[in-house]
Design a binder for this molecule. Structure first.
Ligand SMILES: Cc1ncc(COP(=O)(O)O)c(C=O)c1O
Length: 470
């Protein structure tokens, strides 16, 4: 029988509820999570490729509706699973890679080399060689990298193809960024591209901006269009620009986010830990994902007098985007089991069977804020408000999955499951490590979620192919 109880456990931080998501709710309500937790015997991640497909379709539609020529590359660094690459192949998207390993994974799971863009600074010779041989687009980050690329292209191992190149610009508004080239460096790079003749196909320019605002992206995109026109005057192709990633994701509603930022303070966190509002990812964005891409295309860059889309169309410039987080919005969650419950000095601390290395935000002096759901072992347990922080099964004081005391609606008990929502974008595996010889959480792909309510329509699950190979 349920008992309503409001216990101590310390002051709790305000709730940050995840936005409703029918697919995740279907997975939670059909018993699959409990079954997998039993079968796998440790933390795991579940992946929802249907959400990725929907996000990709929406982004492609945003570009098509604006009448712009464009291409979406999935930023592979945001999640290592193979299923996303498979969905890129199925959905006519490319992949943005920044290492030999990522390039190998993309090619190995079926992406054509010409649908790959290689980003990242100071690319090694092995990566340049592989990219050249497969006809990938290479975002050149520095003049010495361009030199290395030209010498790789001239070598027999270069495959005899022209190097397909974007020149990455240092954003004027972020002059301390370690990525991209200054105006002087760009001038040198352009000169070398002209000198290189048929050995190089200079296809345009790129940038990636920190932050999530639309206006600075539209302004810089317009400047890159101007750069394309000047490069064409030098005889270069320059018919595309990449605006990188940074499409925001909205994890929670506006009111909850405002409420959280206004009310959170150190007394609500384990060990008095403190975060300023700016330490957090902006967990609510009024315009997010594909809508942010629409907003970018509709935005009027400074001094242009027309939307970015019109500028791109007028000059025959294609728009490339490299979203990671936004393609993975609602595309999975992370499951841990409560292994211990400690109550001390009126405060409650849970210890789960994994580590914050599987919830990467914690490693950026920040906190992953969307509330985890508690799936109780015993559904008849007490209900009320039970504040608790969440620690890891490691010997590090600082290894906390949630420093803040979350207002759980049931009394957490050993054996309960905690499900962190919407973790596919960067949270799951960017920082994972088998610290303490703890196994890396496996990734389970859940298909057919939409048929949960149909007769015999249980979701299907399988291991991700990247996990199976590891
Ligand atoms: C060059 C480049 N492209 C794309 C991305 C993906 O960004 P996001 O996941 O915010 O869309 C990044 C992220 O660091 C990046 O550096």
């Amino acid at each position: 029988m349920a008992v309503t109880e409001t216990t101590g456990g310390g002051a709790c931080a305000p709730s940050v509820p995840a936005l409703p998501d029918p697919a995740t709710e279907a997975v939670l309500s059909c018993g699959l999570v409990e079954e997998l937790a039993y079968a796998l015997g440790g933390p795991f991640h579940f992946l929802l490729p249907g959400a990725f497909d929907a996000n990709l379709r929406a982004m492609r539609a945003a570009v098509a509706d604006a009448g712009v020529d464009g291409f979406v590359y999935f930023a592979k660094k945001s999640n290592k699973a193979a299923v996303w690459v498979e969905r890129c192949v199925a959905g006519a998207a490319g992949v943005d890679v920044a290492s030999v390993g990522e390039l190998r994974e993309a090619l190995g799971h079926g992406v054509r080399g010409e649908d790959v863009v290689v980003t990242g600074p100071a690319k090694g010779r092995e990566l340049l060689d592989l990219a050249l041989r497969h006809g990938a687009l290479i975002a050149v980050d520095a003049t010495d990298e361009l030199d290395a690329l030209l010498s790789a292209a001239a070598a027999p191992s270069g495959g005899g193809r022209p190097a397909r190149v974007l020149l990455r610009c240092l954003p004027p508004a972020q002059p301390h960024s370690r990525f991209g080239m200054t105006d002087a460096e760009l001038a040198t790079a352009l000169d070398r591209c002209v000198q290189a003749g048929d050995a190089v196909r200079m296809e345009g320019f790129s940038f990636h901006l920190s932050g999530y605002e639309v206006a600075p992206r539209a302004d810089l995109a317009a400047r890159l269009v101007e750069r394309c026109l000047k490069a064409r005057a030098l005889g270069l192709r320059a018919d595309r620009i990449s605006v990188g990633g940074g499409l925001p994701v909205s994890y929670t509603d506006a009111e909850s986010w405002r409420g959280f930022l206004g009310a959170q303070h150190g007394g609500q966190y384990h060990a008095g830990k403190r975060f300023g509002g700016d330490d957090f990812y902006p967990y609510h964005s009024p315009v997010a994902g594909a809508d942010a891409l629409r907003a970018l295309l509709a935005a009027g860059p400074e001094g242009q007098g027309r939307p970015l889309a019109a500028l791109l169309r007028e000059h025959g410039v294609a728009l490339l985007v490299e979203p990671g987080r936004a393609l993975l919005d609602r595309a999975g969650g992370s499951v841990f089991r409560v292994q211990g419950v400690k109550e001390r000095s009126g405060q409650r601390l849970l210890t789960v069977d994994g580590s914050s290395l599987s919830l990467s935000e914690q490693w950026f002096n920040s906190e992953y804020l969307p509330d985890p759901w508690l799936l109780p072992l015993d559904r008849d347990g007490a209900s009320g408000v039970f504040p608790a922080g969440v620690g890891a099964a490691t010997c590090l004081e600082s290894d906390m999955l949630s420093w803040r005391r979350i207002p759980f609606r049931r009394r957490p008990r050993v054996g309960d499951l905690l499900v962190y929502p919407n973790t596919a974008g960067y949270q799951m595996d960017s920082n994972e490590s088998p610290f303490h010889e703890l196994p890396l959480p496996p990734k389970v792909v859940v298909d057919r979620v939409e048929r949960t309510d149909a007769p015999g329509g249980r979701p299907r699950w399988r291991f991700d192919r990247h996990f199976l190979r590891a």
